[in-house]
Design a protein around this ligand. Structure first.
Ligand SMILES: [Zn+2]
Length: 59
């Protein structure tokens, strides 16, 4: 189980896999960073995923 901070604040989420972690983080992201989410286009979303996957793997 890995615990990793949100990429925008100090909130943490945990997951066995990156997919689990993303699932755990999603409710927080919707609530705290909805504006960021809605400004992301498909390419930004892909980049976000790759960046955070790298962070998760390194944690
Ligand atoms: Zn956050």
């Amino acid at each position: 189980m890995k615990v990793l901070k949100c990429d925008l604040c100090d909130e943490t989420a945990q997951g066995e896999t990156f997919e689990d972690w993303m699932k755990a983080l999603r409710p927080h992201y919707m609530e705290a960073h909805a504006d960021v989410m809605s400004s992301h286009n498909k390419e930004d979303g892909m980049k976000w995923m790759l960046d955070n996957k790298a962070r998760f793997d390194a944690a």
